[in-house]
Design a protein. Structure first.
Length: 255
């Protein structure tokens, strides 16, 4: 996305008050930015995130809506549209863990994970077409469980696989309009989502494993890649899956 010094940028991060979404919001919080942080339920985390973004010297907005529903996603975009007539960056980082085995868990849990973690991308993009413009960028957050069968990740992985497919189609369909779409796959980082999926019921779960570099991946490193993808330098990276995991997934596949 091309910008000039001092030009304002309008940014929406769905799932932007915790974990990777918040890290990306903080990285994009630069002078001139206006950042909408969408969340569903945790008001305490939302207020904390709002203050963190505000401390960066930018204008933050909270949007409490469930983007896993058509109505909630449309309401989210309407709240953005009530403030601005354009959206420069849209980040989908929303997810619910709903850990379990696909053949056994309640179907409603699986569907919720797919709606929030996958279909919500389209629920947001369709109404956002009136705000997205030439130079706008959309990033979809995904993970290695799309390719690697990880215990109890089936619902979340299915959601992310669906979103990745939609990103490829959207990237080609909207390339003539200058709107960019990419998937950012992150390696495991210590977030509430990871602990929920990996941990036993009610437990915290293990920390993210170290990468082949000998250290753990950080939220900030994922956010840096997101910032690159929405910068002018990333303009010709379109419809791609960019993986940031320190080589961990490559090592796992080799074994």
């Amino acid at each position: 996305m091309s910008t000039t010094a001092g030009e304002s940028r309008w940014i929406l991060v769905a799932g932007g008050t915790k974990g990777i979404g918040l890290a990306i919001a903080l990285r994009l919080a630069r002078p001139g930015a206006h950042i909408f942080l969408n969340y569903h339920a945790d008001d305490g985390a939302a207020r904390k995130a709002l203050n963190q973004v505000r401390e960066r010297g930018v204008t933050p907005y909270l949007i409490k809506q469930d983007v896993g529903t058509v109505e909630g996603a449309a309401a989210t975009i309407e709240q953005v549209a009530s403030v601005t007539d354009r959206l420069d960056i849209l980040v989908h980082s929303s997810a619910v863990p709903n850990p379990g085995f696909l053949a056994e868990q309640p179907l409603a849990d699986t569907l919720q994970a797919i709606h929030v973690g996958g279909l919500a991308l389209l629920y947001l993009v369709q109404p956002a077409m009136k705000l997205l413009r030439e130079g706008s960028s959309v990033i979809f957050l995904s993970g290695s469980s799309v390719d690697l069968v990880l215990p109890r990740h089936g619902a979340l992985a299915s959601a992310k696989a669906l979103g990745e497919c939609m990103i490829r189609y959207l990237a080609i369909e909207l390339a003539p309009r200058g709107i960019n779409f990419n998937t950012l796959r992150s390696g495991p980082v210590d977030t509430d989502l990871l602990r929920s999926v990996r941990g036993s019921s009610g437990g915290e779960g293990p920390l993210a494993p170290a990468t082949p570099t000998g250290r753990r991946l950080t939220l900030e490193e994922i956010a840096e890649t997101a910032a690159f993808l929405v910068s002018p330098a990333g303009a010709m990276i379109r419809g791609q899956i960019i993986t940031v995991d320190g080589g961990l997934s490559t090592t796992v596949r080799a074994n």
